[in-house]
Structures are given as structure tokens and as C-alpha cells.
Design a binder for this molecule. Sequence first.
Ligand code: HEM
Length: 443
Amino acid sequence: MASTEALPSVDGYPLVGIVPSYVRDPFACIDDIASRGDVVEYRFGYRRFVGVYHPDPVETVLVTEAAKFRKPDFLRQSGVEFLENGLFLSEGEQWGRQRSLLQPMFFLDRIRSYGETMVDHTRHVVDEWDDGEVVGLRDELSRLTLRILAETLLGVDIREERERTITRLSDAILEVSSPTSPAAFLPPWVPSLTRYRFRRAVGEFEDLVDELLTERRDGDPSGDDLLGLMATAEFEDGSRMDDETIRDQLMTFLLAGHETSSLALTFTLFYLGQYPGPRERAVAEARDAAEDRLGPADVPDLTAVEWAIKEAMRLRPPAHVLFRQTEEPVTLAGHRIEEGVPLTLSAYHVHNDEEWYDDPDEYRPSRWADGLEEDLPDYAYFPFGGGPRHCIGMRFAMLEMQLVLGTVLRSVEFELVTDPDDVGLTPATTLRPDSEIRVRIRK
Ligand code: HEM
């Protein structure tokens, strides 16, 4: 057996551990922990975590020894009950059954068929912008990705109807699942305004899903969206997904697929606003790729657009940290870790490490053009995770982001109004800009 060494550890302050340093400057705090080793123990409040900061142990956890790890218990205790039954947090056989049932929704052919919807919604948003108008990227892109998701998952055009129910639910999910919300650290039975809003929004959403399911079952049950798939698909033993699970699953997808894509797009446009070279390349390419409008068939020609997105997700990975928990004692990078220990895998740190990237702070999409990926260790870049639990929506998200960004870039010019130095980062469940990013539109 390989010999094991004691884990390097950072205790921080009595009782609170590293919390004060983290609150002061989260990224300096993470860099400080990571400077002690590839795998480091630290205390956050009363909880002990093991942070993972190197591609090799990341690969061990996500891929090669994935069966020894699970999603951690503390995520299940967040009081957001619906997540437990959804694909993101379920485990074992329940997860396997769900994943195989839902996978066909994300096959390439199926995803391509959503391309036109993605472009339609983007053109609609772009058409609404006036010449000279100042818009907030975060708000606009969040609205857009929610519309796309609502139509492709639920078959609902939220511009026309049911908009408020879905928008309210999406806002309430983000609020209740935010680590800074009181709901995150109060026991689930303690009443709070956030939970009250969440429960009310869930109630309305339940009614909407019931209505939609009845419509599907009474009419054409074979809608080619996630709702249609779930309403009709059978597990291997012939059983069906019950209505409650369908509802939980839809909420999980709204949570996992909405803000992530909109943040990646927001950061991409934010960087393109600051770097004229990459912007001009992406604009020229998006304009040349099609005469009238972009479609899914044009995506292979959108390489500069793709690199612009990949590079933004390197610097600012929306899922900046992945969580796991050991199911049994494991050896990671030569260190023994006992059973039941929560782990944090820092995509942010690995993606910004000069060990793997030259001038890691530079936004340089062209680095992806030069065959960088072949030279990188496998898990030096993992915005969509990896192994069996990798993002089921990865291809959907890449297609969506390329079509949205390409359509925006060929339709309008924009200049940053917000000073980039004024934009900080909030490492919540996702990595967000801490303020709105405003741009002036030129048509
Ligand atoms: C830029 C956009 C996106 C990013 C960066 C992203 C990132 C991720 C990551 C890192 C994971 C793995 C989490 C872990 O291992 O703990 C994940 C899982 C997941 N993602 Fe995404 N995602 C994106 C878009 C989407 C979209 C559009 C959807 C749905 C339409 C989606 C649905 C899911 C689901 C359901 C899971 C759980 C999969 C499972 O455990 O089997 N994601 N995502």
C-alpha cells in the first residue's frame, strides 16, 4: 500500500475557522489554502473540509474513483427539499434510473432541434434594444436564458403566459439556495420570509405543472421537451415518474441550467467589451457564418465565439466549486482521508493556476486555438465537472451560448459603461459579478 502523509491543514481562528479571511477576500483565502498543498484540510465555521487544488486528485474524485464519493450531506440539509429527489443531488440507483431516463433529452439531435428556439428568443431580446440604450447584461441574459429553458424544458413561451410563475420560482430558488440567504443556515422549520416566498412560488409552480401535465395527457403527450419526455417515458421496470418527482426534476433543471449559462454569457460579453482583438474576431466570424440568421448548422464555424466562451469560463467558472463527500476512507494525492469528510474541488483555483496557464489572469481566447487542450492535464479545465456526474446539460449549454453570443454579436455593437475595476466577484453557489454590468447598445 502507498505510504500516506498527514494532510496539510489551515485552522484559521478559534470557532469560526477561515470564515473571517474568506469574508474579507474569498479568492486570496482560497489561494492561501491552496499554497499549502494540492489537497488541504481547512475549517469553515464548525465544519471541516478538504480542499482539492490539483487536476490529478480532481480526476480521482470525479472520474477514476468516483464510486468512493457522493454529494455531501450538508447540501441535502439546506432546506431546499426539492433538490433531494432531482438529478443533481440524488444518489445510487435512484440517480442511475433518472439519468438514463433523462439522457435522451440531451442527445445531440434533440439538442440541435432547440437551436431555432434559442435564436428566436435572442433575436426577440436584441430587437427590443434601442440604439444608444444602456442595458444590464446580467438581467438581460438571465431573462433570455430563462425564456429559452422554459420553452425547451416545459414547452412554455413565458413571454406570453405563465411568465410570472416561472420567473418568481426561479428567483425564489436562487434566493433560497444562496449561501448568504438566512434559509441556508436556519433549520428548515424556522419560518423566514425567503422560505415563505419559496413555498408560495413552489405552490404556484405545482399548479402550473399539474395544468401542463393534464394538457399533455389529454392532448398530444409526445411533446419533444423535458416535460413531455418525463410525462411519457418509462423506467426499465415499466413504472413512470410520478408528478411530484417530475415537478422536483423540473425545478432542479431550472436551477442548474438557468443561472450557469447566463453567467457564462455575462462574463464573456464583459471580457469581449474589454478586449477589442478577440471581440473583432468573434464579430467577424459571427457575421460571416450565415446570411440571414444563425442556426445550429452554423455552430461548427463559430470557433472564435466558442473560444471566447471557453476562456471566460476558465477565468470565471460559473460552477466555481464542486462538492463531494467521502463514502469510505480514501487516499488522495498521498494523503489518507477518512469516511464522511466533505470535499471542495476548486475549479476557480485550478483554472487560474500559472502551473497550467501562461499569464493566467489574461483573457486570451486564442490560447484555445493553439492546441492548448492537448497539452493540459485532463482536469486542468473542468467547467462542466467530469465522470458519471458531469453536467447533463453541457452540449445544450454550449449550443445555447454559441448561438446567443453569435446572434448578439452580429446584430449589435456594444461598449462597456460600467468600469471593469468596479466589478467584483461573489462566490455564492455560482460565481457572480457583485454588481450589474452595464453596456451601451449601438445598432
Ligand atoms: C454554462 C452552463 C453550465 C455550467 C457551467 C454547468 C456546470 C455543471 C457542473 C460543474 C456540474 C457537475 C456538478 C457536480 O459534479 O457536482 C453540472 C451538473 C448538472 N447540470 Fe450543468 N452546467 C451548465 C448548464 C446546464 C444546463 C443548461 C442544464 C440543463 C438544461 C444543466 C443541468 C445540470 C444537471 C441536471 C446536473 C446534474 C447532473 C447529475 O448529477 O447527473 N446544466 N453542471
